[in-house]
Design a protein around this ligand. Sequence first.
Ligand SMILES: Nc1ncnc2c1ncn2[C@@H]1O[C@H](COP(=O)(O)OP(=O)(O)OP(=O)(O)O)[C@@H](O)[C@H]1O
Ligand SMILES: [Mg+2]
Length: 229
Amino acid sequence: MSESGSSNWAIEATDLYRRYGTLEVLKGVSIRLQRGKMVAIVGKSGSGKSTLLHILGTLDTPDTGTVSVCDVPILNLSSTALSSLRSKHLGFVFQFHHLLPEFTALENIAMPSLITGKSKREAFNRANDILGYLQLSDRASHKPNQLSGGEQQRVAIGRALMNEPDIILADEPSGNLDTETSIQVHQLLRRITTEMGKSLIIVTHNNDLAALSDEIYEMKDGMLFRSEG
Ligand SMILES: Nc1ncnc2c1ncn2[C@@H]1O[C@H](COP(=O)(O)OP(=O)(O)OP(=O)(O)O)[C@@H](O)[C@H]1O
Ligand SMILES: [Mg+2]
């Protein structure tokens, strides 16, 4: 939730340019994510959706342009300040869940807290609460390969929630799932936005799933267009 004195924007990015060699991927992209809203970004493969999401998530830097996350301009932040901002404000969900295979669902969810050296008991209590919210309590001690694709992705969402981020960035979180399971994952993210007051950007190929969002943008020719949805 917004702290007092903070603006209405979870993320503000202005006039982003990014090229790889001679390939201009972003050619002047601006986007603002309102606090508590869910925004979808659609667009063809190779149109620059992941590039944009990585920049918004401070995992990559633009050639020019500015990004603020929770009112903090990230330009010129040291790498330590950047990673602390990231672990405080941002949660990531990717197309492939990237769960650690040798750890249980509960441990995977608790991991972001455990690696910052917080108390184990607190971490596992919170991870248990999250598992309950995700309706996965009966899968707590299962390893990733003992979970279905949809369950694995829900655990990955749980892990993204662990540090209580203000913002969740999801890059094709259902790209690898069947239609019904994809809908469940998108509905879960919608619920998280509404019930927990998170701000969320979701990249998807699927226009029907994008329609669950408050706003839809399309990446095209290096630019972002507001879509009527
Ligand atoms: N590290 C990199 N080095 C060189 N080119 C890159 C790099 N990352 C991405 N690209 C290129 O930039 C363009 C945009 O890639 P990006 O991954 O952002 O697209 P996307 O919209 O996410 O595609 P998809 O829907 O397939 O995930 C592509 O042409 C890609 O080949
Ligand atoms: Mg991509």
